[in-house]
Ligand binder design. Sequence first.
Ligand SMILES: [Zn+2]
Length: 327
Amino acid sequence: MNILRSLALNARYAMFRRKRAQRMHQLAQQNRAPLSILFYHRVADRCPNDWTISNAKFVQHIEYCRQHFEIISLAEAQSRLASRYSPRPAVAITFDDGYAENMEFAIPWLIENEIPVTYFVTTENVRTGRSFLHDEEAGQRLAINTVSEIRAAADSGVEIGVHSATHADFNTITTDSQLDAEIVDARMDLEMMIGRRIDYLAVPYGMPPQLRPAVMNKAKESGIRGICSAYGAYNMVGNDPFHLRRIHGDPDFSRLRNWLSFDERKLRNEPNMLTEDNPFFDDSPSDFSEDLQSDRPIGSANYGSVLHSDDTSIPDSLTPHALNLAP
Ligand SMILES: [Zn+2]
């Protein structure tokens, strides 16, 4: 993140801090407190890349959350949404992908501190130990969690979730059997791997096109309890509790704090989800991209440059056209 953007966010936070706190308090009194779900990828002090946060910064994030919010499980966040009763501002913690280093510090630290976490893994990579293609292409063969590590984490109270079989871009999947393989079979495989029920699916990339109606329906039909996106949004009472919106655990603390302190502008900027009635993106100009962020770019997804954008302007790559939306 560039320094100017960071300074601007800090200044904005200082300016609106009291107003935001008052708004959050008001919403809490109405049992409509915002629920924020963070997602991380890799907590490590070596081989950093765009989706890595250092051990110290991760602790800073979670300590901030502990001081200012109630930290709850994904299931509890969903339950509050479903019951339309959210009396306290709360945060839930999740991880995507299954990078080996997470088990060296972050996950044991969360377990030790009794902080609930949902850990989403890509089953084929865990089964085979193969690193992600995008990491290899970047010259980094980053290690993946083993089956026994995932099992041990589950046995220690970490909730395990499914993040597809192959980290596929659900927007480019054209057949029902492929969707079955990435959602239904992957979940079953993971359940056998750890001997526990898997309730949640985090969709790779997690942008609206990947959460198209066919994907939502497949997940629902297969008994999955909730589906996580990754484009950056709060969960507000009244939202569909099946869809759990997540915010990137941005390594830049000023950005994370700006999100968690409840920047109400972001509610206006949230992209529309595709629906059965409206399966195509409205391609009129949109400003939802200012803080758009998501799961990292891999493969054919065409919006990679957006994902960790530090810029306040809207590059062409941020428009809905760039979301590589297939009909
Ligand atoms: Zn992912």
